[in-house]
Design a protein around this ligand. Structure first.
Ligand SMILES: *Cc1c(COP(=O)(O)O)cnc(C)c1O
Length: 432
């Protein structure tokens, strides 16, 4: 299948080109030329299939024309070595727990899938020494680094702002070794992102090194996020709760929710979506005014959603033919400030015993307020609360148990190279 750019200036790309390039040359995002509907029979019996089986059917619709069945199956099955269970929080509200992967956040699914797909293409081309550059404010770096750990022919450089990621997050990408190098930049996340962008534009670097990116705009990271929406539907169907389903997605760059919208386009019976925002409510403002006005992000306790110009908004527009009316028919929005997020975490924990993380809390609250008669709501619990242990403990006033996987990372020894925020230093480092 071919991919076009949302800016329609660059030429059509193959899957391999789209994955290796990431962003289209005209700075648009790649979109698949077709979104194939899955047959009604698939949805009738979906509750009898495993997560891996469901995901393979979805992956086949996107990637089946480009990758042999056995290889694709292997990639899907290796990626999904963990479950994404649907857990009842209270009457009619369910949590889709996406935090059972290696780094306890939903980005593990896309990170692992992309690592395997890129690894496959590189091997096929007989390439070695491919360098993946990724700037992170926390969660992306850990998911990408753990996904790519040990993948042959690929070296990953994670750039992160010194002193601005939590200790748990830092340990998840600085203790791995092997083909993962952590670069501790004396600057902000924006500086890290600027260094990566400058590297992609530097002629000398590109002549000497094979560089690619693993950020969320890459189709190989983006599309696999559709898998767990189908799986959530299957689990709710099994319980007789899949009618009039409302899915609420805590959103930052809008990659996760857009993958769900793709699922709906493939025939997944989801009635409507809610995009939950923190104070960075650019999407809500678009819904209310019809105008898209990006602005600098502000810091909140749901920091993975601190995005002032959501990159996947271009995909939402494209999917709905730029129609504000059509977008509004499928998606509503909401915004929660830090005090509201904290109050939600506290009251949900006290009344149901379910511990939310600050991102999932936005999703839960939106369903509490927005579900209508006869609807069932499921929100995506995008990270484990222990990843934000300081914030969560301060809010609920209790100790939070740290899962064993996180404790294992904490035992590792931090290995990182310190860098200034000057591009010349980064370039020198890459070339040596
Ligand atoms: C990345 C992230 C989000 C936002 O997802 P988008 O795809 O960028 O909208 C929400 N919650 C957590 C915990 C994240 O890591």
């Amino acid at each position: 299948m071919n991919y076009y750019s949302t800016n329609h200036q660059s030429s059509i790309a193959s899957l391999q080109e789209a994955v290796v390039k990431g962003l289209a040359p005209d700075k648009g995002l790649y979109m698949p030329e077709k979104i194939k509907a899955l047959p009604a029979g698939f949805f009738e019996t979906i509750d009898q299939l495993s997560f891996q089986e469901i995901a393979y059917r979805v992956a086949d619709a996107f990637f089946g024309e480009d990758i042999e069945a056995d290889t694709l199956k292997q990639i899907v099955y290796d990626t999904l070595s963990f479950e994404t269970p649907v857990v009842k929080v209270e009457e009619n509200i369910y949590s889709l727990e996406l935090f059972h992967g290696p780094t306890l956040a939903f980005k593990d699914v896309g990170g692992r899938f992309m690592a395997r797909l890129l690894g496959y293409f590189i091997k096929k081309q007989g390439q070695t020494d491919v360098n993946v550059l990724v700037a992170t404010s926390g969660d992306t770096g850990s998911a990408v680094a753990n996904g790519f750990l040990g993948v042959e022919g690929i070296h990953v450089y994670v750039l992160y702002p010194k002193g601005l990621v939590s200790e748990i997050q830092e340990k998840q990408f600085t203790t791995l070794g092997k083909n993962i190098t952590a670069l501790e930049v004396d600057g902000t996340f924006d500086d890290c992102q600027r260094l990566v962008k400058s590297a992609f534009m530097d002629e000398e670097l590109n002549a000497k090194l094979k560089l690619t990116s693993a950020n969320s705009i890459n189709v190989a990271r983006f599309l696999p996020q559709a898998f767990y929406y189908f799986n959530a539907y299957a689990q709710l169907k099994k319980q007789g709760k899949a009618d009039n389903l409302v899915v609420c997605v805590p959103s930052g760059n809008f990659g996760n929710i857009t993958a769900g919208l793709f699922g709906k386009r493939m025939g997944l019976p989801i009635k409507r979506f809610i995009a939950a925002n923190n104070q960075n409510d650019i999407f809500l403002q678009y819904l209310e005014t019809g105008k898209y006005s990006p602005r600098p992000s502000v810091a909140t306790i749901a920091n993975a959603m601190d995005v002032g110009d959501p990159s996947n908004f271009a995909r939402v527009l494209d999917l709905y033919g730029n129609s504000h009316e059509n977008i509004s028919a499928d998606i509503s929005g909401c915004r929660y400030l830090d005090e509201q997020i904290g109050a939600t975490m506290k009251s949900c924990y006290q009344s149901t015993g379910y511990l939310l993380d600050p991102h999932g809390a936005c999703g839960y609250q939106a369903l509490k307020e927005g579900l209508k008669e006869g609807e069932t709501g499921v929100f995506l619990e995008t990270a484990h609360p222990a990843k934000f242990v300081g914030t969560v403990e301060a809010i609920i006033g209790e100790k939070v148990a740290i899962p064993e996987k996180l404790q294992e990372f904490m035992k590792g020894e931090k290995l990182s190279f310190e860098l200034s925020k000057e591009f010349a230093d980064f370039k020198k480092f890459l070339l040596q």
